[in-house]
Write a protein that binds this ligand. Structure first.
Ligand SMILES: Nc1ccn([C@@H]2O[C@H](COP(=O)(O)OP(=O)(O)OP(=O)(O)O)[C@@H](O)[C@H]2O)c(=O)n1
Ligand SMILES: O=C(CO)[C@H](O)[C@H](O)COP(=O)(O)O
Length: 421
């Protein structure tokens, strides 16, 4: 087994967070925590339930019809699997993430982990079928090797590497349900009716669509349940099976709890799914904007006006003063408007660019910064200030190398205009 870079958490992704969860779910989580806490205390250990994830990523993506396995296909120049890893690693209560990849892709996978600074990842060799890949991941968690940082978890999440839009709330729901029922999985309503053809290619019968569901991922299991099921299951199951919940039922008599998932849980399968995934990612990163003002006073006036206007177009708009720049990183935002009301220099913008650089935010997505300068035409000769502001071109060239797209906007106004703003 191979280990990825250990340590803290990398840059996070925008999207719904745990704080948005309903009271019932929070209560469920609290009970999940307290149960594990009691056990951990009894054992003299620390206080969180041990949750790990196994990601099968050893397929060849035949249905995609391209030479590169789909998990390594680029979306906005970043491999698909990196988005899925990011979605899981931002969930801090998942302790370990075990990824199953083929021997031939092991080095490429290590390169992805290093380049995008993924954390808490361990690599195992994939098997010839998805079930065999998952089994290899489970074995790595069950039988900790002398040099391994892995330990046997209480609950294990299984999630396909090609489902990048998994959110913390659904992970929490399946983990909580698995803790209670032994197994749980996300489901979706069927899009099309399922029919059963007879051997002559004619309709035998059709299923009542309202009574059936599509099984999606993530799924979660008490580790002992799913490991036992995989140890007992037949070669036929390992070769042709597609449903982990079924293994838990067949071999451990555990009836999985089914949890309603979001439409975004779908599996990237065909080429068109790559385009759909790209659109979703673009939509997500363009819907948050952070407006950075140079003084608290401006934050109150210009900033609030801007916020009101932008809110008509965007989901999340946050206004902050330059003094709170470090906070910017926690906002997980990739679009910035840096407003300089009284100056034409780039001190504030430069400070923001420095903070962004240090944060490594632009490793994962391009960061857009618009440096806005309001200038009063009475006090400053236009030509001279234009010249000063042209320096931004140089700065833009420099930061573009680091995936930060900077542009400048000069608003040259008469006093009366500012009064109206
Ligand atoms: N031997 C295999 C086969 C599949 N998978 C993984 O299982 C997940 C879901 O499988 P699927 O969508 O069927 O992927 P592929 O087998 O790659 O696709 P296809 O069926 O089109 O060949 C993917 O993350 C895939 O990489 C795996 O780890 N090991
Ligand atoms: O559908 C599923 C739910 O159980 C699994 O997520 C899995 O994707 C099935 O893999 P395959 O497409 O190889 O059958």
């Amino acid at each position: 087994m191979e280990s990825g870079t250990p340590g803290g958490s990398g840059p996070a992704e925008p999207g719904p967070r745990l704080r948005g969860l309903g009271g019932a779910l929070q209560a469920a989580w609290a009970s999940l925590l307290s149960g594990a806490q009691a056990q951990a205390q009894a054992e003299g250990g620390c206080c969180a339930p041990a949750v790990a994830a196994v990601l099968p990523a050893g397929g060849s993506g035949e249905r995609m019809g391209v030479p590169t396995p789909k998990q390594f296909c680029p979306i906005l120049e970043r491999p698909l699997i990196s988005y899925t890893l990011q979605a899981l690693e931002r969930v801090r209560w998942i302790k370990d993430i075990v990824v199953a990849v083929t021997g031939g892709n092991m080095e490429a996978m290590k390169g992805i982990i290093q380049r995008y600074q993924h954390k808490r990842i361990s690599l195992v060799e994939a098997g010839v079928t998805r079930h065999r890949s998952i089994f290899n991941g489970l074995k790595a968690l069950a039988e900790s090797q002398p040099n391994s940082r892995l330990s046997r978890p209480e609950v294990v999440i299984i999630h396909d590497a090609v489902r990048p839009f998994v959110e913390e709330d659904v992970l929490l729901k399946v983990v909580t349900a698995a803790k209670e029922h032994g197994a749980a999985g996300a489901i979706r309503p069927l899009v099309s009716t399922v029919i059963s053809p007879s051997s002559d290619g004619c309709l035998d019968h059709s299923l009542d669509r309202t009574k059936h569901r599509a099984s999606e991922m993530p799924q979660a299991f008490l580790f002992d349940v799913i490991y036992e099921a995989y140890q007992q299951c037949s070669d036929y199951d390992l070769e042709f099976g597609t449903e982990c919940l079924q293994l838990a039922l067949k071999y451990c008599h555990v009836k999985a709890k089914l949890v309603e998932g979001s439409p975004d849980l779908w599996k990237v399968t065909y080429k068109r799914d790559l385009y759909a995934a790209e659109s979703i990612i673009k939509e997500r990163i363009s819907q948050q904007m952070c407006v950075v003002m140079d003084t608290k006073e401006d934050e109150e006036h210009v900033g609030r006006c801007l916020e009101e206007m932008l809110k008509n177009e965007l989901n999340h708009v946050k206004v902050m003063s330059g003094r709170d720049l470090q906070q910017v990183i926690l906002e997980q935002c990739y679009n910035f408007v840096c407003v300089n009301v009284m100056t034409s220099d780039f001190e504030k913008t430069q400070k923001l660019l420095n903070v962004l650089d240090e944060s490594n935010l632009s490793i994962l997505y391009p960061v857009v910064v618009i440096s806005v300068h309001f200038l009063d035409n009475k006090s400053i000769p236009f030509g001279r200030k234009m010249e000063d502001l042209m320096q931004i071109k140089e700065l833009a060239r420099e930061v573009k190398k680091r995936n930060i797209l900077l542009c400048g906007l000069l608003i040259y106004y008469p006093q009366i205009f500012f009064g109206l703003l």
